[in-house]
Design a protein around this ligand. Structure first.
Ligand code: 13P
Ligand code: SF4
Length: 301
């Protein structure tokens, strides 16, 4: 493993590359990265990095967003097959239909979406900035795509807007049921409940804190509590435990795993740096999708 890490560091220098990793990838891959973070942080780091090449340890929409914001850079995915199923649950036709039904409408797409979806949206959001971005919009009606849970959890905090929800979902978070959390609460009565807002509103209602992956980490770091029930993907445990070695973190069910994020291995990182195929996106599509991403960065800054 040390040899592989050294190879990665050498190749990284040769290629003038920065390695970005999401909190859900394996701990060993996180250790090889220059920056580890939530979706918003990673899209900022990708846009700001002076390096010529971005090696992304995450799912496809993350690499696409990096390429759209920095088309001059070479973006390589550690595993080109790692994709977010939710990103494909909405189509431009769904957007067209709702646009036709409302005048004063903003189409707000979660960053977990394809470049095609971003191209027909007004603004993009991540779980860490969605509230701020949506509150700043002038429009009364908000078509929130594709994550129905994130949309509903957001609507609960923004009563002045009228939301239209989509039916998309993340299978990892959708599968966490209130009874899973309640059973864990009985087993660990003193523990704080940390929930990602891709979970259902019924699960969020049981939370001491609900927020993005980096928000969850920050809460655990600052909290005086010693035990936490964690309702998100288990890649998070690596950093939670690393930053808080004396605190205890519990999952609520056996399988809280994003199979796509877990496709990424150190071996694939090394191979991608050596011979990975750079991501290619249609120029016009990138131009159309850039507006929604830039608007998010402007409002969230
Ligand atoms: P954040 O890291 O932005 O909270 O998103 C979670 C996620 O599901 C990424 O795919
Ligand atoms: Fe997509 Fe869910 Fe995996 Fe995130 S955890 S990449 S939303 S499937």
């Amino acid at each position: 493993m040390r040899e592989l890490m050294e190879k990665i560091q050498r190749l990284k220098k040769e290629r003038d590359a920065v390695i970005l990793a999401h909190y859900y990838v394996d701990g060993a891959v996180q250790e090889a990265a220059d920056y580890v973070g939530d979706s918003y942080y990673l899209s900022k780091k990708a846009a700001e990095s002076p390096c010529k090449t971005i090696l992304f340890c995450g799912v496809e929409f993350m690499g696409e967003s990096a390429k759209i914001l920095s088309p001059e850079k070479t973006v390589i995915m550690a595993d080109a097959e790692a994709d977010c199923p939710m990103a494909h649950m909405v189509t431009p036709l769904d957007v067209e239909k709702v646009r036709a039904a409302y005048d004063d409408l903003a189409v707000v797409c979660y960053i977990n979406s394809t470049a095609q979806t971003k191209a027909c949206s007004d603004v993009c959001v991540t779980s860490s900035n969605a509230e701020r971005v949506v509150k700043a919009l002038a429009q009364k009606h908000i078509f929130f795509i594709p994550d129905g849970n994130l949309g509903r959890n957001l609507a609960d905090k923004i009563s002045e807007k009228h939301f239209i929800f989509h039916t998309g979902y993340c299978c990892v978070h959708q599968d966490i049921m209130p009874y899973h959390v309640q059973e864990a609460m009985q087993e660990y009565p003193g523990a704080k409940v940390l929930v990602h807002p891709e979970c259902s509103p019924q699960v969020v209602a049981l939370a001491d804190y609900a927020g993005s992956t980096s928000g969850i980490l920050e809460y655990a770091r600052k909290s005086d509590a010693q035990e936490f029930i964690v309702c998100t993907e288990t890649g998070m445990f690596y950093n939670l435990q690393k930053e808080n070695p004396h605190k205890k973190f519990y999952a609520v069910k056996k399988h809280q795993v994003c199979d796509d994020m877990k496709k990424i291995t150190l071996e694939k990182v090394e191979r991608a740096l050596r011979q990975g195929t750079p991501m290619e996106l249609d120029e016009t599509l990138m131009e159309q999708a850039r507006g929604a991403l830039r608007r998010m960065h402007e409002i969230a800054r």
